[in-house]
Design a protein around this ligand. Structure first.
Ligand SMILES: [Zn+2]
Length: 347
């Protein structure tokens, strides 16, 4: 029983390695994390599940039809990604983000179906996307869609939900999506607040730039436990963003690897101490070639109870992993244009 409760499930698709020009995210991040975890035998292959893309119906549970329609317009995509998206990449990025949403839906299913108490989607945390607008590389809000899908399903989970967002950037999109819903508390510690509209149940802490380990961990230790005690969530999402790290290419904080792991362990242990509700974890942001290491260190500890240092050179492990990755490449996302999403059923 103890072993069952501690099992961690992983959601991964080989298409998670798709890229978009101009977004400084390491496309191999999910591959590297999973290759490391499997190679060091911190997890087993049977712990890995393959997602399917989120359906148009599920995206509509959060996003307005007008917004989804506007994604056909190159100007909308340019605003989200900060630069024009080359025409031959448009379908790929739509598919990738739909698959990321499907992955978070899948992870939520796994924890509520008691396959595992904790599930990790290795691509997710699209927290800037609000119902009517995408921004900051985020088109669809995966966690918001997963929660709304639960709320819409008969006899599904109806209890309080907590979203703990420790990406460097504000979880503005998720907060806006649930601004009128006191059953979903959105908790975000970030450098700058992107949107200060009030919300029914939210914690939004802007710490400014140049934040150190001590300041960051103190803010987290002060703010998180009272929210868990007061809100009593029956389901928790954790965006374990890696961009607070000192070596992040977009970040402006100075958080060490030791403190990043301490942060993640504090979140998991605090959630466990609050009755261990089902927990869904997504990696959020993290820019540059080292971002994957923070997730790998944390998730290795989460799955095995041991802290194993990721190697400097992943080539050998990735070489052994690539044949395995092919098993998670079937049912690749190829649905054609957004207009055809409507006819697909799925996550
Ligand atoms: Zn971020």
């Amino acid at each position: 029983m103890r072993r069952f409760l501690q099992r961690v499930a992983f959601v991964y698709h080989a298409s998670y390695a798709r890229t978009v020009s101009g977004v400084p995210i390491d496309p191999s991040r999910a591959d590297e994390i999973l290759a490391f975890l499997l190679d060091r035998k911190l997890i087993r292959r049977r712990d890995v599940y393959r997602p399917i893309p989120a359906s148009y119906q599920n995206l509509l549970r959060v996003h307005t039809p007008a917004y989804l329609e506007s994604l056909q317009d190159p100007a909308t995509l340019a605003a989200i990604f900060g630069a024009p998206v080359p025409p031959d990449e448009v379908q790929g990025i739509l598919d990738l983000q739909r698959l990321s949403v499907g992955g978070t839906i899948q992870a939520t299913r796994l924890v509520l179906g008691r396959t595992a108490r904790i599930a990790v989607n290795l691509k997710g945390g699209l927290h800037h996307a609000s119902p009517e607008r995408g921004m900051g590389f985020c088109m669809f809000n995966d966690i918001a869609v997963a929660i709304r899908r639960l709320r819409a399903a008969p006899r599904s989970f109806a209890g309080p939900v907590l979203v703990i967002d420790l990406d460097l950037h504000d979880g503005n999109g998720t907060r806006i999506a649930f601004a009128d819903d006191p059953s979903v508390h959105t908790f975000s510690i970030h450098n700058r607040t992107w949107d200060d509209r009030p919300a029914a149940a939210a914690t939004s802490l802007a710490l400014g730039e140049g934040v150190s380990d001590e300041m960051y961990l103190a803010a987290l230790r002060d703010a998180l436990p009272p929210v868990l005690r007061a809100h009593k969530p029956g389901l928790v999402f954790y965006i374990a963003g890696c961009d607070p790290a000192a070596d992040d290419h977009l970040g402006d904080w100075h958080i060490t690897a030791t403190a990043m792991l301490e942060r993640d362990r504090f979140v998991v242990e605090t959630v466990r101490a609050a009755g261990a509700p089902p927990l869904v974890i997504v990696p959020g942001g993290g820019y540059g070639p080292s971002a994957w290491r923070y997730s790998a260190r944390f998730l290795g500890w989460l799955a095995s109870g041991r802290v194993v240092e990721p190697p400097g050179d992943m080539e050998l492990a990735l070489g052994r992993f690539r044949p395995i990755a092919q098993q998670f490449a079937e049912r690749a996302v190829a649905f054609g244009g957004m207009g055809r999403i409507r006819s697909t059923s799925g996550a």
